[in-house]
Design a protein around this ligand. Structure first.
Ligand code: AVI
Length: 329
């Protein structure tokens, strides 16, 4: 494994290159204080994914209640050959939010890309997973980029000029963006892949409320632990003094806005210190920690066209819980 400076970054088969674009503690502190100063207090969901948060998210994905992971995996597995045919061999796959790098493995045997670049905020997990991938697929050049979705990936990547570029964005993480941000993200992906490129993206579809509510309130309590870990992380990394027993997990489907909302509800009136700042909470007041928007196939297709993609194709499961879209120019 090599930690590469941009000038030296040249992918080679069998090699893994690592670029670190992670935000520093100062900018995280600023973002946290800004969020907790709003009338509706909020925290950015990207902070969920420290080492413990990434492990809890993996546990959520394994629950019976959280259907998106297994449903998307099944679609990628069943439709892998068709998807590979759409994309073509020798491509450069750029995955945003790659996590444990499991999903792309379902596609690699039929897809045979030349390069795979993974971006993720969870440093340890990404380095471990991309190192393993490079070992398992000696014919594949692997690049690991540590950063959030705002990282200027475009200027850091050096990809073979002739490879068809395809952004891979599975997991329905697009649902964690506000609709305007989601459209801007698609537009950015389109600019990154250029005129001949495409985007393979997983999208969670609208469905009955009970299925959604259960998925974000799993009986095992992993989602609650994942949500509360955000406060534990602020205690650890920003010397905050949140009392974790005084906050509780809340998740519900907001029908009017077609989104799951996650909050942390203060069980009593309390004051919390973060660095030199004090934040007051009323009893019952919440910190809004995440939205997870659910789309209809038509609604998502419309957004993709507004972002500049000219065509799309969707694969889904028999219950139409989840959609995997290929967007192209
Ligand atoms: C990463 N993202 C797509 C997940 C979701 O379903 O919105 C995050 C998550 N939050 C709670 N459970 C899962």
């Amino acid at each position: 494994m090599k930690f590469g400076a941009r000038a030296a970054l040249q992918p080679e088969p069998g090699n893994l290159w690592v670029v670190d674009l992670a935000p520093d503690t100062e900018s995280i502190l600023q973002e946290v204080c800004d969020g907790l100063s709003q009338a509706q207090k909020q925290l950015p969901p990207k902070l969920f994914y420290d080492r413990r948060g990434a492990a809890l998210f993996a546990a959520i994905c394994g629950t019976q209640a959280y259907y998106p992971t297994r449903t998307e995996n099944a679609i990628l597995d069943w439709r892998g050959v068709e998807i590979a045919r759409e994309i073509g061999p020798g491509s450069a796959i750029i995955e945003f939010g790659a996590g444990k790098i499991e999903k792309v493995r379902l596609l690699l045997p039929s897809l045979r890309p030349a390069v795979y670049a993974a971006l993720d905020i969870s440093r340890d997990q990404l380095v471990r997973a991309s190192d393993r991938l490079a070992l398992d697929y000696p014919w594949l050049a692997v690049i690991a980029v540590i950063g959030d979705y705002g990282s200027r990936l475009e200027s850091e990547l050096s990809l073979p000029a002739r490879a068809r570029r395809v952004v891979f964005f599975p997991g329905s993480t697009i649902g964690n963006f506000e609709p305007e941000q989601a459209e801007a993200f698609l537009r950015r992906a389109r600019a990154l892949v250029g005129g001949t490129g495409g985007m393979l993206i997983g999208v969670d579809l609208q469905k009955p409320v009970q299925i959604l509510d259960l998925a974000y309130n799993d009986p095992e309590g992993y989602t609650a632990a994942f949500n509360l870990n955000l406060l534990a992380r602020l205690n650890r990394e920003l010397s905050a003094d949140f009392d974790l027993r005084a906050f509780e997990h809340q998740a519900f489907y907001n029908v009017a806005r077609s989104r799951i909302e996650m909050h942390l509800r203060s069980a009593r009136a309390q004051r919390v210190r973060i660095g030199s700042r004090i934040f007051s909470f009323a009893a019952g007041e919440t910190i809004h920690t995440e939205n997870s928007y659910k789309y209809t196939p038509a609604g998502f297709g419309h957004m993709a066209r507004a972002a500049g993609f000219q065509g799309s194709r969707m694969w889904t499961d028999p219950q139409r819980l989840f959609g995997v879209f290929f967007l192209y120019n």
